[in-house]
Design a protein around this ligand. Sequence first.
Ligand SMILES: NC(=O)c1ccc[n+]([C@@H]2O[C@H](COP(=O)([O-])OP(=O)(O)OC[C@H]3O[C@@H](n4cnc5c(N)ncnc54)[C@H](O)[C@@H]3O)[C@@H](O)[C@H]2O)c1
Length: 387
Amino acid sequence: MIETIGVVGSGTMGIGIAQIAAQNKHQVVVHDHSENQLSKAKEGLDKILRRLVEKKRISDSERKEIINRILFTSNMGDLWPCGLVIEAIVENLKIKHEVFKKLEDIVSENCILASNTSSLSIASIGAALNNAERIIGIHFFNPAPLMPLVEIIPSIQTSKETSELSKSLITDWGKTVVLCKDTPGFIVNRVARPFYGEALRIYEEGLADFATIDWALKELGGFKMGPFTLMDYIGNDVNFAVTESVFQAFFYDPRFKPSFTQKRYAEAGFYGRKSGRGYYHYENETLNNEANKDEKLGQSILDRILCLLINEAVDAVFMGVATPKDVDLAMTKGVNYPKGLLQWGDEIGLEVVLGRLQDLFDFYGEDRYRPNPLLRSMVKEKKKFYN
Ligand SMILES: NC(=O)c1ccc[n+]([C@@H]2O[C@H](COP(=O)([O-])OP(=O)(O)OC[C@H]3O[C@@H](n4cnc5c(N)ncnc54)[C@H](O)[C@@H]3O)[C@@H](O)[C@H]2O)c1
């Protein structure tokens, strides 16, 4: 039974993780090297908890208990009683190594050391430890208290105990846990790439504008937001950086090739909502185009992006990254897809998906459209992912 949870880094992710742990009755130690950031984090959490009281989600005495369970400290030594420490500092391997080396001298031998990294391999982080059996990836989504999904990523060094304890703890916190191999982008950030990449490609080919592609995915596909609205929401700088890092990490597999359009938008400072302009204008919305609501065009856009997404989901299963169930859970709970992609593939008919991919592959002759071998064999054997 782990009583005290440590969080290193009190930024966006760290403070959210600390809130979850404290709401689940753990003592929590939040460490950050910046005093200024620590007081900002404490103030921010206090505001969030007060809002939860206003909305009657928690009582005022619960709010006080939650905040009193958390120690905010710039002294790393205060992490000594922790049974699990989750690191959520800047995404830089060298700095993470320094932190994990120091941590190993502070905590007990049994303490699990986890990273919330989005893009570094867990194996590379664990390499800094004397006992790397205790390293694990525990990847929350933003905002951590609200997003149900957590990807748990054991690396090749991780012991079974570390993996099982982490999984049961995070499940007890009420999260939907998926287990995932230590591969670039884990599940969500890998499988979701075509949602952005193929939308950008369709735009670059001049087949449709941003508004039309967004309309097709939202209205015909049932996605909460179209890809361009979502990229503007995430920030083109952030989304482009993730795409680029996944592309590099996959040894430049053309399936993950970033788009010049997005690069230029990021370079120009057209980040999206936060900068007032992205693919859309947010300060003067009259400048935005109206969608072309031609059903045939819309359906062809949706079919193309969806087939590539399904192909990517199939690849994650084929390469042993995760089980079909976990791949579907990851996309519905991590990025709110209206349906699991493999279930969607079953419903459309895997032979139909394969046929569409094969047509694209024949037409373009590009690797990004190559149908996955598992998809081919399942169609041949008339199999489905679910019965
Ligand atoms: N922001 C997201 O949407 C998101 C989602 C999932 C995972 N992640 C990952 O979570 C991690 C943190 O991201 P974030 O967005 O919360 O970052 P952030 O910039 O909001 O916060 C990072 C915090 O770490 C602190 N810090 C930096 N170096 C430190 C050190 N050596 N010792 C102690 N504290 C240190 C900083 O003062 C800052 O408060 C990254 O690895 C990121 O890839 C981010």
